[in-house]
Design a protein around this ligand. Structure first.
Ligand code: DQA
Length: 143
């Protein structure tokens, strides 16, 4: 099984950005955490991050040709704006779980709208790093 984890804009700033919301652990810590969960479950994984909407769309399209079995995506700010990312996910039609570190439903109103949710089989928010573990386990168990 091959998984692709995609993290959107500003998530590379974890540890620096708004630590009261996102915690003190860094993006490198998150990559290590995801890699270790996947290793424990003997699942191949690529962890990808970009600040650019088009690059994220390109990576989703590439997932089709790479025969990726499942996508975990935290589209970050693009969650609330990007029809392009939604359409790319629909185009490749790969089982997808949406993750947010924070509880987007308890923040500003604009964070309550998610385009990606219209395709994702499941949305996990407010669990911090643990949300990625729950997403990986969901994709393994649905196989
Ligand atoms: C986020 C929530 C988004 O609203 C925000 O723009 C982010 C991170 C989260 O993981 O909680 O950048 O996706």
């Amino acid at each position: 099984m091959k998984l692709l984890v995609i993290n959107g804009p500003n998530l590379n700033m974890l540890g620096i950005r708004e630590p009261d919301i996102y915690g003190k652990r860094t993006y490198g810590d998150l990559e290590n955490y995801i890699n270790s969960i996947c290793n424990e479950n003997m699942v191949e994984v690529e962890v990808y991050q970009s600040n650019h909407e088009g690059a994220i769309i390109d990576r989703i399209q590439q997932a089709y040709f790479d025969k990726i079995d499942g996508i975990v995506i935290n589209p970050a700010a693009y969650t609330h704006t990007s029809v392009g990312i939604l359409d790319a996910l629909k185009a490749v039609s790969i089982p997808t779980v949406e993750v947010h570190l924070s509880n987007v439903n308890e923040r500003e109103d604009f964070r309550k709208k998610s385009f990606v949710s219209l395709f994702a089989e499941k949305t996990i928010c407010g669990l911090g790093f643990e949300g990625y573990k729950a997403a990986v386990e969901y994709l393994i168990n649905r196989q």
